[in-house]
Design a protein around this ligand. Sequence first.
Ligand code: BGC
Length: 745
Amino acid sequence: MKEKQIWQLIDRMTIEQKLGQMSVCEYGDLMKGGDNVYTGPKGEFALTEEQKKIVGGVLNFKDASAMIALQKKHLEEDPNKIPLLFMLDVIHGYKTTFPIPLAIGCSFDTDLAERCARAAAVESAVSGVQVTYSPMADLCRDARWGRVMEGFGEDPHLCAEMSAAFVNGYQRNADKNYEIASCIKHFACYGAAEAGRDYNCVDMSSYTMDEYYMPGYKAGVNAGAAMVMTAFNSLNGTPCTANTMLRDKLRTEWGFNGVVISDYNSVAELVNHGCARDLREAAKLAIAAECDMEMVSTTYLQEGAALVESGEISMEQIDRAVFRILSLKNRLGLFENPYAAADVQAEKRFCRCAGFLSLARKASTDSCVLLKNDGILPLKKRNGIALIGPFADSKEIIGAWSCNADPAHAVTIREAFCEENIEFEYARGCGDSLEESDRRGFSEAIAAAKRCETVVLCIGESMRYSGECRSRTEICLPPLQTELFEKIYETNPNVVVVLFQGRPLHIRALLKSRAVFTMWQPGAEGGHACADLLFGKSNFSGKLAMSLPHSVGQLPLYYNHYETGRPFDPNNAGAWTSKYIDAPNEPLFPFGYGLSYSKFVFSDAKITACGVKKENKMRVSVRVRNESDIDGSEVVQLYVRDVAATMVRPVRELKKFKKICLSAHTETVVEFMIGPKDLGFVHSDGSFYAEPGEFQVLIGGDPRGLLRLDLIYKEDKMRYNISRIAMREMAEPYVEAQNEQQRIL
Ligand code: BGC
């Protein structure tokens, strides 16, 4: 359809039909057999039979046949024959489940992320999905918040790169049929919910917002995301669904002209926030803020016509929203083919096909993070192993938010061991719930640990405790699992701990074991990936996308914090500096940390001026050598520190990263181009530029031992003139974290 035809269609529509387009309801509202989870009183939101015929979108349906049946019914009933938009939370794969987004973040591999999203799009598209409510671009610093599993961690650059990769994966395919629209969420700052309590308010300076929280959403928008979802929280006093930021930042500043959708029921919740007297005022505020679509609550349909009649909302405002919605449907080709790629036969062909499963296995492997290894890994023998713990044979490793995937398809570690003909004894030990108190499985587990040479202990946090509305204050392992660990360790100290988690947990007590690695929630191929890593068929290459805390009281915790006036001095621990008296400032393991079976050595860090004059870029290079007999991959990380600026700056910020593959005993030189864009920040007047002065460039594969280069960025009105940049090389080791012992008073 041409733009003109869309406007002609809008001209023919009644106000009710327009408001219908702006409304999204549950599949079960329109067809029998859907599971509706109402977060508000259903009576208030009930649609009349006439209203059901004119809604614009639907969420939470099962498969292609359900989609096709509903679309057919809808097209028979809708007076304008406007196809419904079918939406779903495809978060980490559809039928093939990939690792949770936090784990994908740990892969530091945007190409892998994009391929996973593309595979999810293919499976979703043939199953009738046209929009996925993904990726979640919310920056996450507080592991108490259950939804950190859906994000890409604590770093704005990584979050931005991953968000863009997901959008590209969903929205770009050589075959247009298999593209789906991506909805970036939750605008804005949902990840900063105070005290990590879901839905809680957020109060934040615009400086911090621009510096840390906006890059993720902005990158998604720049990558062309078709939709943006508002957040549940209030931000600086106004709930996001009615926040002027939707207009001022998202649309005006960033030029987003796609569809904005509320989160589930969040228009009606403006009343609960105490910002709207009633549902009528809630509708008015959200429409005025240019929230085009309302999810599940029905205030637009119930109150919109009266608002237009009274002049509180103009018809132009409504028409603009409807234009954006119809334009999206048009872009997806729904007017020509309302069923898009939905196809029961294709569903059978594509869903869980061999190619996607092997991609899932790779993604699970590459997102695991090895935290400790005294040399016990990879395991040398394929016998004499006790496989113990509630996650050793659990299908739950598939991960929360697995949408329409069947957990039965998950390959457990026990199943993978059997496939690999490992000689092992299995004992569950105990259950995985937080309240677990049943110790009856202990004796069998202890006996197995006694008989075997090595123990692989699979423990962690069940997927039931992470995700939406799953905030926790004690982010520890369930106490009975810690007890199981202690008992096993006393019996046989040759313990390898395999962790499952949807958030960073407090795991200090486990570090006495010989090796520890986390698989997060690895998805359906987790068992295979685990066996591959344990026995050295694969190598570890993941790095933490979120720091693991030393103590829960350190939260929110993030490496890129602003410097204080009294920085901690490890050589003068008793001084009156910014510190805790009962815990170090440093995390147990920082962002960017992760071990490998290979040994990578970094040297020859250099900066050289280069490139096109106009671009004012510098080339930073470093030599990386794999000094081991094992092939492996390493994440080369480049951080920047502004030594003195007009504003307090982060102690360091990730600006570039690259995952490289190095065969045993080979080396390569990795290069990055950095320019004023990487040195600058948004100033109080809203302008972005780099300030002249001294900068440090820190480069390496382990944040605890980076090479440092110093450079001077010289003031220049033209700012883009390479000749004004003077550089000097200093390559000296920069040790960011000190030993724990030195830190504790
Ligand atoms: C979540 C969103 C999700 C929506 C639809 C809400 O509760 O916050 O992230 O997309 O439900 O399922």
